[in-house]
Every structure is written in C-alpha cells, then in structure tokens.
Design a binder for this molecule. Structure first.
Ligand code: SF4
Length: 456
C-alpha cells in the first residue's frame, strides 16, 4: 500500500451515494403518489424492454451488517398475506402496461427469496410468468442464502426457469462471522455450489463484503483464496455501509471492531490483487467477472449500465419492482413502494398498489444521470459524443462539475482533458467521489443533506 493512496483514502472518505439511481433515493418525494405512478405505467414505452424484480423480505435471522429491508421471523405464516399482496400488485401492474412488452431480466432479492419453500417458489414464478412475458434467453436470477438452503429449493428455482444464482458469502473467517451473526462453513458453500452446478445454473455469483468488524487483511486474504478456489463466474465485493443512525441493529457492531482507513485500503488492494491474479476483470465499483462474461464485453462495447441491481447490460429496460420497499424505474420516473410490511399489504389490499414516494426526472436529471452512469460504467466520457446525444455543449453545461473535478485530477484520480474525462487506476476506488461532482442535488442541499455511507 502506498502512503499516497492512504492519504487519498483519508481525504476522500466522505459520506456519498452509490448512484444506483440519480437523483438518489433520499430525493424521492411523497408528492409523487399512486396517480403519478399510474400515469407513468400508461405512458407508451416503445422499444423499451422490461426487467422484473420481486422483493422477498423474510429472513430466518438477522445479520448485524444488514442494510436491506427485511423481517427476521421464524413464522412462515407471514408469507401467505405477503405473497397474496405481491401477486395482486403484479396483476394490477400488468393490466396497465402494453402486454406485448418482453422481459429480458427477472430477479428476486431480499431479505431471502429462498426463505420461501419450494412450492411457494414455483407458485410465485408461475404468477410472474402468467402476468409477464419472458424472452427465451432472459437472465433469471435469484439471491440465495446458503444457510437453511436445501437442494429442493434449488431444484424449484431451476425448474421454474432460474438460470443464475447469487450466494451471500461475505467473509469466511469465524471471528468475523461471529461478530456479524452470520455463521456458515466452507463445506456449506461448497455444497450449494456443487448443487447449483449439477442442476445446470449457467452463472454463479458470490457476494463478499469488505469493511466488516474483526476483518483483517490476512483473514480476508484467506477468504479470498477459498472463494477463488470455488471458481464463481462473478463476484460482487461490496464495501460495508455502516449507517447505525439509519439501521439501528448496526449498533450491535462495535465501532472499535471496524477496520480503520489503512486496513480498508489493504482489504481493497487484496481484493484487486487476488481476484486480478485469478483472472477476474474489475467492472467499476464493486463487481468482478471472467473476461468472457457479458458484463465485461458490455463494458468494452460501452453498453454497460448501472441501476438498482448493480451493473447490467439492459440499459433500455424499465424496472417493474414488486413487494415492500422495492423501487421501480421507467425512462423518466423512479417509484418506491411503502417500506413497512404491514402497511404495504394493507395498501395493496385496498388499491392494488402501495406507492410511497417517487420522482419524475427533469431533463437536467436525465443528463446528469447519463454523465454519472457513463463515468461509473465506461470509466471515461467523451465530451463531443455526450454533447451530441443531449444537444448540449458539454464543457459549458458541466462547467461547475469540471471545476469540481480539477482537484481530483490534481490528485491523480481522473485525467481531465479538453475533450474527455478518464478515470485512472487509482480513481477506480473513488468512483463515487467522481460521480458526486456531477450531482446537482448534493450542491443544492447545503443544510438538509441526506446522510450516506462513506465513499471509500
Ligand atoms: S440474510 Fe441478507 S437480508 Fe437477511 S439479514 Fe442477512 S444480510 Fe440482511
């Protein structure tokens, strides 16, 4: 680790968004209600495909680092009213969109989708297929918690048409697992990976987290060595977002146990080095894939895009998201559902929808979203090409952003030319900071800034 990079990490480790949307979720507002969402659904969307998402919020137990909308419960009976609500929401939504639109992507997240028993997995997927048309080559993926998983769950997923699975691994060190209340052995992970391969899932992703309590560079190198040995197709290595003021249960993690800036940098460097040596390509912020993976090809072809599901090849799809707290997205709208489980079910019971808040994007929002996304996906931006797409003079339109980028260029995070911006190797760690230079909301909100997790 160079002391210069460590200095940069200290300098640029500030609260900031991850930019899975722009404007970011804290700027969605309640003036955007059900009527606005129905209007968005009714808007013709020629040429735009669909990406479907279902949120299953239930988990058997609570991981202390969790940042998701989830309910830890051993009462399986809670799934019955929830599945009824999510099915109604799908039916009402499907009735309001052009039935010829095809879904290229379908994803279940949570919570823990495999909290559902195999019969309910089949039933929910049947419902989705009844209401929406999937393309034969659709990417159909599910987040899976290896604990409490049986082969029958994976068989139900496979028979229902899922072709991708993503397992939460996080960290294999016993002390870290203890500190975050998530105990899972290497034998368990090996077993679920073997089952997935036998059942013919075409892509297996493993999720890891850096920045967890008790994590050291040495212990995480051992985790990485184990993980590389399992040979997943993709890896997502997220930085732990410690926001105990938002997620009260994160108070169960002692600040003193969290790795400091030097350790976080060492962890990040271990990730880049060991995954690089194992042949994985780093795609921007937190994703790694094999060189032949379509995400890598999309990055090379400059067709990669970033949304609530991370990096994707489906830039021109609208996300229709179902379930508590889920976020839908059309070309110019974001909409988030009610975040409280009981209220979500009640509201869907009444009207078929549970819109909590949202936002209609202005043209400026769309231009800035494009700029932020392009920098985070392509790692470069050509002023002339971008300006042509939006009919703007880039350097004039983004004069303030370019001025804000100047100190980052002086620190070697970006190359700032007269006609393009390029993210440097060091700058890859600071993509969120680079994105923040284009964010008008951050500048405008002098007094009531939403509080984000640290950028690095
Ligand atoms: S399994 Fe996932 S969603 Fe559930 S508590 Fe753990 S991290 Fe959160």
């Amino acid at each position: 680790m160079t002391s210069k990079t460590l200095d940069l990490l200290r300098k640029y480790s500030v609260p900031g968004p991850r930019y899975t949307s722009y404007p970011t979720a804290p700027y969605f507002h309640t003036d955007f209600g059900e009527a606005s969402w129905l209007e968005a659904l009714a808007t013709p969307a020629a040429g735009r495909g669909l990406s479907l998402y279902a949120h299953i919020p239930f988990c058997d137990s609570l991981c202390y680092y969790c940042g998701c909308n989830m309910v830890a419960t051993r009462d399986y009976g809670k799934t019955t009213p929830y599945l009824a609500a999510i099915e109604r929401e799908m039916a009402e939504t499907a009735a309001r969109i052009d039935g010829s639109r095809l879904a290229h992507q379908l994803h279940w997240g949570g919570g823990t989708p495999t909290y559902l028993n195999p019969d309910d997995i089949r039933r929910l997927m049947d419902t989705m297929k009844r209401h929406f048309r999937l393309t034969p080559d659709a990417e159909v993926s599910c987040e899976v918690d290896p604990r409490e998983l049986t082969r029958a769950h994976l068989e139900a997923l496979r028979e229902s048409g899922f072709n991708r699975v993503s397992f939460g691994v996080q960290d294999m060190d016993p002390a870290v697992q203890q500190a975050v209340n998530r105990i899972q052995s290497a034998e368990l992970i090996r077993q679920v990976m073997d089952w997935s391969r036998e059942l013919g899932f075409s892509s297996i992703n493993l999720d890891l987290i850096v920045g967890l309590p008790k994590q050291t560079v040495e212990s995480f190198r051992r985790t990485l060595a184990q993980v590389v040995g399992w040979a997943p197709d993709r890896l997502a290595v997220f930085a732990y977002a410690h926001v105990p003021w938002l997620k009260k249960h994160q108070q169960l993690i002692r600040d003193a146990d969290l790795p400091d800036a030097a350790a976080r940098l060492g962890l990040q460097q271990a990730v880049n080095e060991m995954l690089g040596e194992a042949g994985y390509v780093n795609i921007g912020l937190d994703h790694f894939a094999r060189p032949e993976d379509e995400l890598v090809r999309a990055q090379q072809n400059k067709t990669l895009w970033r949304n609530f599901q991370g990096y994707t090849t489906h830039k021109d799809s609208d996300i229709l998201a179902f379930g508590v707290s889920s976020i839908s997205q059309t070309a110019d709208v974001y909409m988030q559902n009610e975040k409280n489980l009981k209220r979500y079910q009640e509201r869907v019971g009444q009207s078929g929808f549970a819109v909590e808040r949202g936002i209609r994007l202005t043209r400026d929002d769309q231009i800035r979203r494009d700029a932020i996304t392009q920098v985070m996906c392509d790692l470069e931006l050509d002023f002339a090409r971008f300006g042509e797409r939006w009919n703007i003079a880039f350097a004039d339109y983004f004069a303030e952003a370019l001025a804000d980028l100047r100190p980052l260029a002086d620190d070697g995070l970006v190359e700032l030319g007269s006609d393009r911006i390029a993210v440097t190797e060091t700058g890859r760690i600071f993509l969120r900071n680079i994105g923040m230079c284009f964010d008008r909301y951050l500048k405008d909100a002098a007094s009531d800034k939403p509080r984000y997790s640290r950028t690095a």
